[in-house]
Write a protein that binds this ligand. Structure first.
Ligand code: GLN
Ligand code: ZN
Length: 755
């Protein structure tokens, strides 16, 4: 039967674009992992999820949002959910009958099934699963989950706005063997049209269609597809009002294209650069103005946001207040934090606080500033206190940075350094090494937990970590590796470890943010000028060096990665923060050198991932990020060898920047496209040391001697022997000790064979 629903397109005034889902205490993570381990059943898992959603919805209702996103909940990832919605799971999981297990199989794989690939969600630290589309993919609409969540939300009594990822973003982010994924757009548009009808029938007044891909560089043809797609969706007769959401940047040419269509509203990110004049094209559409930063943790300057909102109201029709993007990227709320000092705390705004800010600004916009006078006064006081706080300006650090000349980022020519270093290090051809971490054993985790709970003291902890280091050094000696590491047992996380020891960073207790699936991280908050009080790694590294005559590498995290995995200050350019962190790392390299360490590795796995989304913004980023790395590493003597390590990405786009780092040796993830990266480096004129990973540490499989030998031989076709290093892809901390020993033994044997 045809439902005859009259949809009223009343604009709303206050919303957020999406919600976190792991639970304020990571309840969903725990329940999901229990389900995987067979400790609870699907019904129990669903019950936990339902309870979390209910609690969240009623909170948003009491907070006074008059439109609430529904369907941004996920058991693993929203792109995977969209693949399910569109019937686009890969054929290899089809044999799994249970839908939940099929879903998790696509996400994580099984003994026999490869999972979907995972990659970074735009320039955030969230990872999504990459849908696979091939000629065998037959799309079909499966809206049951979304409809169930909609019904659930309506029961709670919120004005529910279903959210789906749009067809253009879905296809652009999907991968396919040959065909252009966008060729499948007409099929998807048919399904989205059907979805709109069903959502309207279920009582949805508005639907939000997320198209973040519109903030990346699109071709004219692609912009034309945007226009066509949304013209067709808007032409559906019985449908909810359509809000197209863009975020993480400015939509540029996609905005006038959207404006020409019959959609009813557009959400824009005013935190990352969209400007007021751009919106005049929207005329009578609802503008959902993302004036509150959805991905950083700072308290919003309400006066400024209100001014922006008023300007917007003057140049377009109805304006609603919103966050710039989903709250997925910030912690749930400040209520869970007890350890932050009152000053810092009053400068911050996590998820719950942002919802309140949205409500406040909507009131201010529609009823006048007088109606929010108290909040304006309180915010002004907090922001003034923040600006005046001495921790924001460390004159000593600023003076040192100002005094640095161009020499501070320059070392002698690579050729000259190579000679000095080879004389000092006397390494064999094709030296073998590892990336830094060794398996994090249960003894290590127990020691860390015991220290946290106060069951052991610092001295006992130190003793246990030293025992781990001694084991790792002995293992490497036994295996015959050439350049040793201490194994990083003392580091829970390669960024947090340094942030905890640097002035200017604060840690949270419960500030968890989903990284992927059930994995959550607690990014440190960079709020002030960065200074290093004391050496951070020297004791551990020199202890390891005292146990062996072979060189032990000092292990540091680079400035770009430290910032990429933290919440950063919004009151100065990132480039300035990077120089401050770089200076601290530089001091550490110099101290390591003075303590007799001959090789220092500065990891920059995040170098590629923070590359700006638009090509026009990339050169400036690469300039400062490479500059920061060089500042961090150019303080040592030419005879000290600097290594760096890069991973998690396709590096083709930043190949020149890798050369610009001027590290004596670069180890690089190369598992998937082993020789491509080597070839790319060669054609970019890269003439420094390079260690393309010959052991894929993301898999428990032990590579054979023959396999590694073959990889080395291929590498030797483009890299001369005196510049080739032999190492795994990445750190070994997630692997088991037994497989690591076997794999490294094979790696050393292969190097010897090729020598
Ligand atoms: N040195 C780090 C390790 O080995 C590097 C980790 C990384 O690349 N993410 O664990
Ligand atoms: Zn790595």
């Amino acid at each position: 039967m045809e439902h005859n629903v009259t949809v009223s397109h009343t604009p709303f005034t206050a919303t957020v674009l999406g919600l976190p889902r792991v639970g304020p205490r990571r309840e969903l993570k725990r329940a999901t992992e229990s389900y995987w381990a067979g400790r609870i059943d699907a019904e129990q898992l669903h019950a936990v999820a339902r309870e979390l959603r209910r609690a969240q919805l009623s909170e948003l209702r009491s907070a006074g949002l008059d439109s609430v996103p529904v369907g941004t909940f996920s058991y693993y990832d929203q792109m995977l959910d969209t693949a399910v919605l569109l019937g686009a799971l890969p054929a290899r999981v089809a044999s799994i009958a249970d839908p939940l297990d099929r879903y998790f199989a696509a996400a994580r794989g099984t003994d026999t099934i490869e999972p979907l690939e995972m990659t970074k969600w735009f320039d955030t630290n969230y990872h999504y699963l990459v849908p696979e589309i091939d000629s065998g993919t037959t799309f079909s609409l499966n809206p049951e989950q979304l409809l169930a969540q909609l019904a659930e939300a309506r029961e709670v009594g919120v004005a529910a706005r279903p959210v789906v990822i749009g067809p253009i973003t879905f296809l652009k982010l999907a991968k396919s063997a040959g065909e252009r994924t966008l060729d499948r757009l007409p099929e998807l548009v048919r399904l989205y049209r059907e979805l709109l009808v069903q959502l309207a029938a279920a009582g949805a007044e508005w639907v939000q269609i997320d198209e973040p891909v519109l903030v990346t560089d699109l071709t004219e043809d692609e912009i034309a597809l945007v226009r066509l797609t949304y013209t067709e969706l808007a032409a559906v007769e019985q449908r909810p009002a359509i809000l197209v959401a863009t975020y993480f940047g400015r939509p540029g040419a996609a905005l006038p294209a959207l404006a020409e269509t019959g959609i009813d509203g557009v959400a824009l990110d005013f935190v990352s650069g969209t400007t007021v004049p751009e919106v005049s094209v929207l005329r009578d559409k609802l503008l959902v103005a993302g004036v509150i930063d959805g991905r950083n943790v700072w308290r919003t300057d309400l006066d400024r946001a209100l001014e922006t909102l008023r300007d917007l109201a003057g140049s377009t029709g109805a304006v609603a207040v919103s966050t710039s993007c989903s709250l997925l990227h910030v912690p749930y709320g400040l209520a869970a934090e007890t350890g932050l000092d009152e000053g810092l705390r009053s400068w911050l705004s996590f998820g719950a606080e942002k919802v309140t800010e949205v409500r406040t600004l909507a009131t201010g916009l529609h009823q006048g500033a007088d109606a929010i006078e108290d909040q304006l006064v309180a915010t002004r006081a907090a922001l003034a206190a923040r600006r005046a706080d001495p921790r924001l300006h460390d004159p000593a650090v600023r003076a040192r940075l100002a005094a640095l000349g161009p020499d501070a980022t320059r070392r002698a020519p690579a050729e000259q350094r190579r000679e000095l270093q080879s004389e000092r290090l006397r390494l064999p051809a094709l030296p073998t090494t590892t990336i830094g971490s060794y398996p994090q054993t249960s003894a290590i985790r127990l020691a860390r937990a015991a220290l946290r709970k106060g069951e052991i003291d610092q001295a006992e902890y130190q003793r246990r970590m030293r025992a781990e280091i001694a084991d790792v050094v002995a293992l490497q000696e036994k295996l015959g590796l050439d350049v040793l590491v201490h194994g990083e047992p003392e580091r829970n996380d390669m960024v947090q470890y340094f942030a905890e020891q640097l002035d200017g960073f604060a840690a949270t207790e419960n500030g968890w943010v989903q990284s992927y699936g059930t994995r959550c991280v607690r990014p440190p908050i960079l709020y002030g000028d960065v200074a290093r009080r004391d050496p951070m790694t020297v004791d551990w590294i020199t202890y390891a060096q005292s146990l062996t005559d072979k060189p032990v590498k000092g292990m540091l995290t680079g400035p770009v990665t430290i910032l990429a995995w933290s919440f950063v200050r919004d009151d100065q350019p990132l480039a300035d923060s990077a120089r401050q962190v770089a200076l601290a790392i530089r001091d550490e390299t110099v101290d390591l050198e003075a303590a007799g360490i001959r090789i220092v590795q500065v990891d920059e796995p995040a170098l590629r991932e923070t590359l700006p989304l638009r090509a026009a913004d990339q050169p400036a980023y690469l300039e400062w990020s490479v500059g920061a790395f060089r500042l961090a590493t150019a303080g040592v003597a030419d005879s000290t060898q600097i290594h760096t390590h890069l991973c998690y990405s396709e590096f083709g786009e930043v190949i020149d920047a890798i050369a610009g780092l001027d590290a004596d040796v670069t180890s690089i993830e190369a598992a998937r496209s082993r020789m491509e990266i080597v070839e790319d480096l060669r054609s970019a004129g890269f003439d420094l040391g390079v260690g393309p990973g010959v052991y894929d540490i993301h898999s428990p499989r032990v590579p054979s001697v023959e396999e590694i030998t073959a990889s080395l031989r291929t590498a030797l076709k483009v890299i001369p022997a005196e510049r080739l290093w032999v190492n795994p892809d990445c750190g070994l901390k997630t692997r088991g000790p037994a497989e690591v020993e076997l794999a490294l033994r094979n790696m050393v044997a292969a190097a010897q064979a090729v020598r």
